[in-house]
Design a binder for this molecule. Structure first.
Ligand SMILES: *[C@@H]1O[C@H](CO)[C@@H](O)[C@H](O)[C@H]1NC(C)=O
Ligand SMILES: *[C@@H]1O[C@H](CO)[C@@H](O)[C@H](O)[C@H]1NC(C)=O
Ligand SMILES: *[C@@H]1O[C@H](CO)[C@@H](O)[C@H](O)[C@H]1NC(C)=O
Ligand SMILES: *[C@@H]1O[C@H](CO)[C@@H](O)[C@H](O)[C@H]1NC(C)=O
Ligand SMILES: [Cu+2]
Length: 226
């Protein structure tokens, strides 16, 4: 009897906890925040830390580079993706919670990186990025349009995730997933520490192809100089 009572109490407490942490599902998108409030801003980033999601070997090529933005403006995100299909856009893309398993199954990257439990039922309002899911890159910075002729390039800064390990908004060992407009997962790649995962000693991380000379050489030079 006592065991049953304890279990019942435990279940009620568990349900209450889950309910309390539940994401707001409706309401005014200009007022929404996560269950744990707005996302924390991380203007300062660890110098020299860089991560990248390398899409080589997936249905896309190119990748996404994450590095400290200049002037404490958070993380600089450099997106260059090639091989985008002519159908199925506009495409969304996000940082997902878990890395891609060895079999490449994008479903197992689980949901968007969302440490403040904001949920995705109410679309992100890009004028209030602190209120968006931390990993909702397309929501905060724009979808990949259909008219790119296969290659999309965009660079922007984001204050709401960090290159510092140990924080909920740390992006290392997570993944970037690109979706078609029916929300299906089209391609995904792990976010890895650039220096410990790149075998190209020249530092030209995208020299193997699609990043082209401009950015590749510029970033490569930056590395040689730092
Ligand atoms: C999604 O892509 C399909 C195939 O290209 C297209 O027919 C459809 O209009 C697109 N839907 C949206 C909402 O853009
Ligand atoms: C991918 O993973 C999901 C979730 O674990 C599973 O349901 C699905 O069958 C897997 N797909 C393939 C092709 O293995
Ligand atoms: C689109 O890409 C194709 C193949 O790479 C190229 O031949 C064509 O000139 C490009 N069109 C535009 C408008 O950039
Ligand atoms: C990456 O995440 C996986 C799954 O959460 C975990 O098993 C693994 O230890 C992590 N690896 C690193 C280097 O943090
Ligand atoms: Cu996603």
């Amino acid at each position: 009897m006592q065991i049953i009572t304890k279990s019942a109490v435990a279940i009620v407490l568990f349900a209450a906890t889950v309910f309390a942490a539940d994401a707001p599902v409706e309401g005014d998108p200009t007022k929404i925040t996560g269950a744990y409030g707005d996302a924390k801003a991380y203007s300062e980033q660890p110098v020299g830390k860089e991560y990248w999601a390398d899409f080589t070997g997936t249905k896309l090529s190119g990748g996404v580079i994450f590095s400290p933005a200049s002037g404490n403006r958070g993380v600089k995100v450099e997106v260059k993706l090639s091989g985008l299909p002519s159908e199925g856009g506009p495409f969304t893309y996000h940082i997902h919670d878990q890395p891609v398993p060895a079999d490449g199954n994008c479903t197992r990257t689980l949901a968007h990186l969302d440490p403040f439990i904001r949920g995705q039922k109410v679309p992100c309002d890009p004028s209030r990025p602190q209120s968006c899911e931390v990993g909702d890159l397309a929501g905060k910075h724009g979808k990949i349009p259909t008219d790119t002729n296969g290659t999309y390039t965009k660079t922007y800064d984001d204050l709401y995730f960090t290159l510092t390990q140990g924080e909920g908004s740390f992006i290392g060992n997570r993944s970037v997933v690109v979706h078609t407009n029916d929300t299906k997962r089209y391609a995904c790649a792990n976010i890895k520490d650039f220096r410990s995962s790149n075998s190209d000693s020249s530092g030209n991380r995208f020299g193997k192809g699609i990043w082209g000379c401009g950015l590749g050489v510029a970033v490569g030079l930056k590395f040689l100089l730092v």
